[in-house]
Design a protein around this ligand. Structure first.
Ligand code: GLN
Length: 472
């Protein structure tokens, strides 16, 4: 199966004409047709003929597409505008919406010759942690069909795990690229806020939203990030900082790298299987030459309460445009979870409550920034779980809003502060369910995270495993 191979190998084989992009793309479509009826990771599959045409074009003009991503099939979470291919944000409000322009990330990938084959399932508007809060049917976890694929970006993650494509673009406002990565045994980079343009991304919470790569390995994510990162005049929050070579950073030595291990993160809230797996990973980092030190990050427990004031406040404002004037009528078509967030946000922002909730949450945000900046001036990375729980059974999170929020315990502060974080597979339970960990780094230091992740993946093989799929 070609989609099993790393981007570096695929690029080389394509360059030497040992394989064609047409062949690679066709193989992905065959798998989608055979298996996605069960998994339901796609909301929209790009017309097969169109994708094959594009692949043939890239094959025929290979010398004009020097990028390692040329001819490589990829998917995007359905939160990004793709000219000519519909974008729904997993809500019927946008069921018939075909954007008149493309998000910058999509445009950049098109320019280098990567081939978009699908728009992927997610929790509507990004609200959720299990891809159950969607108008397009739940995405099943390829590792266990009674379990969710995580959220909000369950679609892209399940598709990569299923080898329906080679890489994907996810969105992370409070964990949505990392949580599904952990639950599907794949790798994902939540980038520093401002590292990748948000132009053409359907806004969830604008001060927290990030677009990033998701793939099988840290190495593959580095290839993708190199292609999509950088300043964009269309996004005032995108950074002017030059983009380093992430692929060159991959093989940098991790000897002497300092990793912080926050002891509060490994308490009772954490599933003991995940704790055990990360303790083993900790030893591997030490064996590879890094120093791991116990530290304290006492503000952890305030992350979820603060996030669930800030994110709903921003989303209540962003979703105000779906009032039925230009797009479908939100009042009838928002889900219960969407409504809960809009109501909470509107409440927190209303006069009389603003000071008690929104303003207070912003104050705590400053405390998080101080706490993390101090720690990350002394350490290269923080080793953390991604989720406190194993992939949830259907209904487990959807029917329990508090549990749903608590699934974000370890991910939301990273967004509140704006830091980068690499989620990587770190083992399996006895029942063959995948587990993940994350390495959180200093602002704009994705490079160090790639080096640490790559060093770990060189001596482990979790990331090479793929699920046994059932024909649909
Ligand atoms: N689970 C979180 C939420 O529902 C994260 C969502 C996201 O990152 N898009 O808000």
């Amino acid at each position: 199966m070609l989609a099993d191979l790393p981007i570096s190998v695929l690029a080389q084989k394509l360059k030497r004409s040992e394989i064609t992009s047409e062949q690679l793309v066709a193989e992905c479509y065959d798998r989608i047709e055979a298996y996605d009826g069960t998994i339901n990771s796609f909301i929209t599959v790009v017309d097969r003929k169109k994708a094959i045409e594009r692949a043939k074009f890239i094959d025929a003009h290979r010398e004009t597409f020097p990028s390692p991503l040329a001819g490589i099939p990829y998917v995007m979470k359905d939160a990004y505008l793709t000219k000519g291919v519909r974008t729904t944000a997993a809500s019927k409000i946008l069921d018939a919406f075909i954007a008149p322009y493309s998000s910058t990330v999509h445009q950049k990938l098109e320019n280098v010759g990567a081939i978009l084959i699908g728009k992927m399932n997610m929790d509507a508007w990004g609200h959720g942690a299990s891809t159950e809060n969607t108008d397009y049917g739940v995405t099943k976890n390829p590792w266990g069909s009674d379990r969710s694929a995580g959220g909000s970006g369950g679609g892209p993650a399940a598709a990569i795990a299923s080898r329906f494509c080679v890489f994907g673009i996810g969105e992370d406002t409070g964990g949505s690229i990392r949580n599904p990565a952990a639950w599907n045994n794949i790798t994902a980079m939540k980038v520093t806020y401002g590292r990748v343009s948000r132009y053409g991304a359907i806004a969830y919470a604008s001060s927290l939203d990030t677009m990033g790569p998701t793939a099988k390995t840290a190495e593959d994510c580095a290839f993708v990030l190199e292609a999509i990162a950088g300043y964009d005049a269309y996004d005032a929050t995108s950074s002017q900082k030059p983009v380093p070579s992430y692929t060159k950073a991959l093989d940098k030595s991790i000897k002497g790298k300092k990793i912080a291990f926050p002891t509060e993160f490994y308490g009772d809230a954490l599933d003991p299987n995940i704790k055990e797996a990360i303790l083993v990973a900790r030893d591997i980092f030490v064996k590879e030459g890094a120093e791991v030190t116990d530290v304290s990050l006492p503000l952890l427990e305030y992350g979820v309460p603060v996030y669930y004031i800030l994110a709903p406040s921003e989303t209540s404002s962003n979703l105000g445009r779906y009032d039925g004037v230009r797009y479908g009528n939100g009042r009838d078509l928002f889900t219960k979870e969407n409504m809960r967030r809009i109501m909470t946000g509107t409440y927190a922002l209303s006069s009389g409550y603003y000071d008690a909730y929104y303003k207070k949450a912003q104050k705590v945000r400053s405390l998080f920034i101080k706490e993390y900046e101090k720690l990350l001036s002394e350490y290269d990375a923080i080793l953390s779980p991604v989720t406190p729980i194993m992939p949830s059974k259907f209904g487990e999170l959807l029917d329990d809003p508090i549990k749903n929020m608590m699934a974000d315990l370890y991910t939301v502060i990273v967004n509140i502060v704006g830091l980068p974080s690499l989620a990587i597979p770190c083992g399996f339970t006895k029942d063959n369910l995948p587990m993940g960990m994350q390495l959180v780094g200093a602002m704009f230091d994705e490079s160090t995270l790639f080096a640490l992740g790559n060093a770990y993946q060189k001596v482990t093989d979790w990331h090479t495993r793929s699920p046994n799929l059932v024909n649909s």
